[in-house]
Design a protein around this ligand. Sequence first.
Ligand SMILES: [Zn+2]
Length: 95
Amino acid sequence: MSDQPMKRPRRFIAGAVCPKCSEMDKTVMFTDDAGEEVRECIACGYKQTYSEQLAEDAAAEELVTRVTPEGKAIYDEGEQPLKIIGLSPQDSDNT
Ligand SMILES: [Zn+2]
């Protein structure tokens, strides 16, 4: 039997969804030998370190920002506002 000197505590992340198999409440979090937080899916074995998550989140955020439409109205440059000329009130009072 192999003896494990210290069993690292693994705890389930409530409501966490595995990005690979989409199983909910199957993700555990623990700390690896390097002291980094790791998430592992016990359903499919998908593993991701905390730094990998951050990189992925940043990439996803960037993508969303790029896709979001500006929602700004663009006016045609050739279009000019209509001007009404010769409508001054003094014109009719000139007899
Ligand atoms: Zn999974």
